[in-house]
Write a protein that binds this ligand. Structure first.
Ligand SMILES: Cc1ncc(COP(=O)(O)O)c(C=O)c1O
Length: 439
């Protein structure tokens, strides 16, 4: 048997699969957020030596045993229920399979990615010299940005917030940078500007300061203006990991949270978080794009031909085979514009605020911080073990899905509101479950 072709049988499967997926998402509220099944049982269900099966039955198995991100009681990590337009964009991308490292292999894919980079850069307040590429996500963006920083500054210490995402430490390890200094956070979980100033005063070779706009644990936004002032005074590089938070720039109301982002030398921005794109779609932007190009100078005459050199995105990225992922965001923007994203960001922020207010009203619960955006941590006052047990029982029961972390030494419950369909009623029900499971 040869590999399947674009014939009438596959076309039928395509139509049936689209119908199945729309039905699945439309009725997702009737399911548990996850149908908890031990890994051993799942392993048995997916064995490759099972007899051939019908495609829709296989899709049903995967759909039913997945965590249901489209469920309005999913309030876990920063992985979104993607927009259907972008999902269909993914189908378009896969079908055409344009690899965007080399422009002659992706003539329109390349210019679409450049158009999206330009759109993001303009929103970020960057000028014409800015360059960037779409990458697999925040981790790849952070690594890419540090490579650009090193291209300009040479090696040296990297000063990060104690709450920085772990990908920064990993990026430094990949680059062989050993001097990574964690700067303590203040009472609002922001990098302490005073502690950063003290650290800078002690050192003469700082390769980069890494600030965060929308931290993973609490969604906190560092004081970017104050940190950029310190960068100017000490002549170093400022990278802002705004993988989660940069999307606030689309909302007039929430944009002030990221005040000063335009002063960053580089930034990370994940449309697959707060712009409702399916994984993966991240972006890295560098204010003076020359340093991004310098970081990736390569000699590859079999690929990069002089004729279209300036067009090649591969000159600014780790990847060689590179999905034309920007197309799904471009399709969404061309069809509906940016307004739906802004409304969705405001909506999830408001529901998070409601959760915060409810937690403050309930004696047994304690808010760990005031949420700025859509991430919020709270705890049951009974202690670490009870909080751990609540979360475990909750996600196994499937009525809601939240996560947990450790904040200043305490086990806490952590919520990311990332489904614009999540209402106050879903929040109330989740809190009822939390209180019930604590008993
Ligand atoms: C602030 C921040 N940076 C980076 C990342 C990593 O992004 P990705 O998972 O897309 O690699 C995350 C993920 O949660 C994040 O919250």
């Amino acid at each position: 048997m040869s590999i399947p072709s674009f014939d009438s049988t596959t076309r039928r499967f395509a139509h049936d699969l689209v119908d199945f997926l729309f039905d699945h998402v439309e009725r997702v509220d009737e399911r548990p957020v996850v149908d908890w099944t031990p890994a051993e049982d799942l392993r048995r269900m997916v064995r490759l030596d099972l007899p051939h099966a019908d495609g829709i039955e296989l899709a049903r198995l995967v759909a039913e045993k997945s965590i249901q991100l489209h469920h309005p009681s999913y309030m876990g990590h920063q992985v979104c229920p993607p927009s259907p337009i972008a999902i269909l964009g993914d189908l378009l991308i896969s079908t055409l399979n344009q690899s965007t490292a080399v422009s002659e292999m992706s003539p329109i894919g390349t210019v679409i990615e450049k158009e999206i980079v330009r759109w993001l850069a303009t929103l970020a307040g960057y000028g014409e010299e800015a360059e960037g590429t779409m990458v697999s996500g925040g981790s790849a963006a952070n690594l890419t940005a540090l490579l650009a920083a090193r291209a300009k500054r040479g090696s040296g210490a990297v000063l990060v917030s104690a709450d920085t995402h772990y990908s920064m430490a990993r990026a430094a390890a990949i680059m062989g940078l050993e001097d990574v200094v964690k700067i303590e956070t203040d009472d609002h979980h922001r990098m302490s500007v005073n502690a950063l100033a003290r650290e800078l005063a002690k050192r003469d070779r700082v390769m980069a300061i890494v600030a965060t706009a929308g931290s993973t644990a609490t969604g906190a936004f560092d004081d970017l203006e104050a940190i950029a002032d310190l960068r100017d005074r000490h002549d170093t590089w400022l990278h802002v990991d705004s993988a989660h938070g940069a999307s606030v720039l689309l909302s007039e109301r929430l944009a002030p949270l990221a005040k000063g982002l335009h002063r960053a030398d580089s930034l990370s921005w994940d449309p697959h978080k707060m712009l409702w794109m399916p994984v993966s779609l991240g972006a890295v932007l560098v204010r003076d794009g020359i340093w991004l190009r310098r970081a990736f100078q390569a000699d590859a005459p079999y690929l990069f031909h002089a004729e279209r050199e300036a067009e090649n995105l591969g000159a600014m990225t780790i990847q060689c085979s590179k999905r034309a992922d920007a197309i799904k965001l471009w399709l969404s923007l061309r069809m509906h514009g940016p307004r739906p994203f802004a409304e969705a960001i405001e909506c999830v922020t408001d529901v998070t605020r409601y959760l915060y207010e409810r937690v403050n009203e309930i004696e047994e619960l304690e808010a760990m911080h005031e949420p700025e955006l859509n991430i919020f941590c709270f705890r049951h006052r009974s202690g670490d073990e009870v909080n751990h047990a609540i979360r475990e029982k909750l996600i196994r029961g499937g009525t809601a899905w939240i996560t947990s972390t450790v904040l200043k030494g305490q086990r806490v419950l952590r919520v990311t509101m990332i489904n614009p369909r999540t209402t106050r009623a879903h929040v109330d029900r989740m809190l009822e479950d939390v209180l019930r499971l604590a008993r």
